[in-house]
Design a protein. Structure first.
Length: 165
């Protein structure tokens, strides 16, 4: 299989009128749609993006596939607040897209978000898949980041996606 980001669905933007936050996402409609068509909603980990789910767009062509960029990733703006507030934003986006039957898939940081999002969707969430989801290296707000984390952030800023890997 040849890898090419050109095959990804175009990046789209949703601006929440209430908060004025913009969230970028990619969406692919299934080959055939019916009332039972499920949506797979993919939430990336730290330093990922909606592009991280490239192969899922190819493989799951009988599902509606949505991949969402976290605040500050892709074309999503930085949002005020934390994961809980972003879960509210994603719930609003899914409402806007008319998604009523979703399986939420979250990797790492996206898994933390998925756990907050699923209850907000109530009966619209039919499944939850968590990958490598853990507390990680979270620190209290008043505690400075370690040198290792600061260096990784600097590396990410200075390298393009291909070089960062």
């Amino acid at each position: 299989m040849t890898f090419s980001f050109e095959k990804l669905p175009d990046l789209q933007l949703f601006t929440n009128r209430k908060t004025e936050n913009t969230t970028s996402y990619r969406i692919q409609e299934p080959k055939c749609v019916n009332a039972e068509t499920q949506a797979l909603v993919f939430l990336h980990g730290f330093n990922g993006s909606s592009k991280s789910w490239y192969y899922q767009f190819i493989h799951f062509d009988t599902y509606k596939v949505v991949s969402i960029d976290a605040p500050g990733f892709g074309a999503s703006t930085m949002h005020q607040g934390g994961m809980s507030e972003f879960a509210d934003e994603v719930a609003q986006l899914l409402e806007h897209l008319g998604i009523t039957n979703a399986i939420i898939v979250g990797h790492s940081m996206g898994g933390m978000l998925a756990q907050l999002l699923a209850p907000r969707l109530s009966n619209k969430c039919s499944g939850l898949v968590l990958s490598c989801t853990h507390k990680g290296r979270a620190k209290p707000k008043n505690e400075p980041l370690s040198q290792e984390i600061r260096q990784r952030m600097t590396d990410r800023i200075n390298l393009n996606d291909e070089d960062f890997g």
